[in-house]
Design a protein around this ligand. Structure first.
Ligand code: GDP
Ligand code: MN
Length: 386
């Protein structure tokens, strides 16, 4: 689950990391009032949407009067923000963050995430922070400094100093940077974060370090431990189909292909997508209907798959281990019948009572394409989509 920038910054502030004074607003009038409450001559109006790249997409506006604050908020609020990270459909913007403008001398980058290869949390920093960090990472990776935290000791002060020296900081800035990094590590651990990025971490003209942007991604599997954070969920920022799936406890992820996949078990679902690709197709989704694939769940899963108009064929791949294939077949038949599926549906059943299940599908009166093994099923689904 992602947080909005203003929510992430409030967490940073709780942990003692300096952030600009600011306030979220839902209307241009509110934005004006927010700016009035923040002393200064310049303000920044920032689109709150779960994406980076807002600056380059017109979602961050530096303004010099209260009228301009109101106008900028009017332009941003209610609009759809399309950035290089959102895809062409973009994201709706329902709130803005109004902040005191900052005087930037330098933009650094500081981030942390789990390094899966090492099974440890890695901190990354760069003196080349700001809006082009992705290009720096791709073209000059040596400009990104890394340090990995040993879970037995936690972050050690020398690790912070090492990165601070690497960034070319000196004097009091080294201390400020170390404090920020230590606080960030504590925040990361205590809130079960999976990704945190401060880009840019600025050095102001008065030589202080401050988080000008903040991105936090929380570990969904640990959300139950953080009720106040999970209450910050903004489903307007999430894929509609994925949000609907979550309501039915279906594990669903939208992809770009045209073959809808319905599978029981996450591992088999991954293998199914591999098989589809191996035979020249592209999956439209990942979908794990879970161990107890009841008629109800199969119906919901069908609806979900069919709500994607990219889908040209459906591949159902079920292993009857805990569930029996004849029950699954019953579920598929009743779901397909009640929804009125018109696309080609390829079904592969394996495991307990598989033969019985396949026979039921073949005599159901609905035009299922049955398959007896995995490869044949994938090939048939790819052919049907083409
Ligand atoms: P992102 O593009 O979505 O990552 O949004 P950011 O919050 O990082 O803002 C993009 C850029 O806007 C930053 O890299 C800064 O260069 C600029 N910016 C943001 N806030 C201020 C500010 O208070 N003053 C100035 N001068 N520039 C700002
Ligand atoms: Mn940024």
């Amino acid at each position: 689950m992602n947080l909005h920038e203003y929510q992430a910054k409030s967490l940073l502030a709780d942990y003692g990391i300096p952030v600009p004074l600011g306030q979220a607003a839902l209307s241009p009038k509110e934005a004006r009032a927010a700016a009035q409450g923040l002393a200064g001559k310049t303000w920044v109006v920032k689109a709150q949407a779960h994406t980076g790249g807002r600056g380059k997409a017109g979602g961050v506006k530096l303004v010099y009067s209260l009228d301009e604050v109101e106008n900028a908020a009017g332009e941003i609020l209610g609009a759809t923000l399309v950035t290089n990270q959102t895809g062409p459909q973009g994201l709706p913007v329902n709130s803005v963050l109004v902040e005191q403008g900052s005087d930037i001398a330098q933009e650094l980058y500081l981030g942390a995430s789990l390094d899966r290869a090492r099974s440890r949390i890695a901190f990354m920093a760069s003196a080349a922070g700001g809006m082009n960090i992705e290009e720096v990472a791709a073209e000059a990776p040596e400009k990104i400094l890394t340090t990995v935290v040993n879970p037995a000791t936690g972050m050690l002060p020398f690790q912070c100093r090492k990165l601070a020296f690497g960034l070319g900081l000196s004097g009091d800035q080294i201390k400020q940077f170390s404090n920020i990094m230590m606080a960030l590590y504590r925040l990361y651990m205590e809130k079960d974060i999976s990704l945190i990025e401060i880009n840019p971490l600025i050095i102001t003209r008065s030589k202080t370090l401050m988080a000008l942007d903040a991105k936090i991604n929380l570990d969904n599997n640990a959300l139950y431990r953080h009720q106040s954070l999970s209450a910050l969920r903004d489903i307007t920022q999430e894929d509609e189909k994925e949000a609907a799936a979550a309501q039915h406890d279906l594990n669903y992820i939208t992809l770009n292909g045209n073959i809808g996949c319905m599978v029981n078990g996450a591992g088999l679902a991954m293998a199914t997508m591999d098989m589809v690709k191996l035979h020249g197709g592209e999956p439209a989704n990942f979908l794990d209907v879970g161990g107890g694939a009841t008629a109800e769940r199969v119906t919901e899963a069908f609806k979900l798959i069919l709500s994607d108009d990219k889908v040209k064929s459906v591949l159902i791949n079920i292993f009857g281990g805990i569930v029996r294939c004849n029950l699954i077949a019953e579920g598929i038949i009743s779901a397909a019948g009640s929804i009125g599926v018109t696309l080609p549906v390829v079904v592969r059943l394996e495991g307990t009572n598989a033969e019985q299940g396949l026979a039921m599908l073949e005599t159901s009166g609905i035009d299922f394409i049955t398959a007896h093994d995995f490869t044949a099923a994938a090939k048939k689904a790819v052919a049907a989509a083409a």
